[in-house]
Design a protein around this ligand. Sequence first.
Ligand code: SF4
Length: 315
Amino acid sequence: MRDHDWKDHLQTDSDPIDLAMVFNIQRFSLHDGEGVRTLVFFKGCPLRCGWCANPEGQNFESELFYDNRKCIGCRSCMAAARKGELEWDDGIRIRRDNVRHPERLARACPSEALTAAGEEKTIETILAVAERDRVFYRDSGGITLSGGEPFVQPRLAKGLAAEAKRRDMGTAVETCLAIPWRNVEPSLPFLDKVYADVKHVDAEKYATATGGDQTLPRNNIRRLVESGIPTTARTPVVPGFNASPEELDAIAGFVAGIGIGELRLMPYHKYGEEKYRLLGRIPPLAGTPASRPEDLTETAEDLAKRFGLRVGIGG
Ligand code: SF4
């Protein structure tokens, strides 16, 4: 992994306020917020959760997806490559640590076997996409900042949320909260809703599975509640990590105890696995079976009853 130390990548006052590194803008989503949403996926995350659905959102810089099933063997990429980036051995071998501009190699590939994950975009460019969705927002839709972790790019997160609000769009964020509070707080006046991860209540298990320190998200979610911003807790329910009845009880108890009224249980799925492979990485939870939403129905009803929460399943 090229750039795990996320603290080196936090935006500073000298960074341009309106340039974001994003890896996708997804239109017409019916998940991840009220009504129809335009999802903006920020690149860069402090955590490395094995169940991540968007591993291309973890690193801070643009990187290459390579799908060898689409490769037609034309070698155009070899001609475009700088020294040390690619080797040819009955197909391409990517020296990922040497690739500085994935877009150059992706542009050279006629069959889209190589594509770049990550592109710098301005607030204006992002909102131009959202403006095309606006007619579908009606009273409740809007943009949702997602990722990766949006608050790793706090100046952009705030700038985007503020401009969307000025245009009278709904605004929400999905966050792991494993980020200093000073990154989170400036955006709050411009956000209608926060979806905050509660992955586990055991610090050691959290650290082992995510690579992060649970102190930050625990403190931050309390501060969110104190700030009065509507907050929904979200728990990815992952077999072998937090899916036992005792662990889910502890999570629901924590959520109810700090005064959050809604918990969403996110069934474990395998959407991220193929992306890990396209990035040249091994999916950390490759052997773990996916679960279906209906597998969590009884648990959701039980937690709702015992902890006085609204408990839903999925986004
Ligand atoms: S340019 Fe694309 S299709 Fe051609 S050899 Fe390279 S990866 Fe394969």
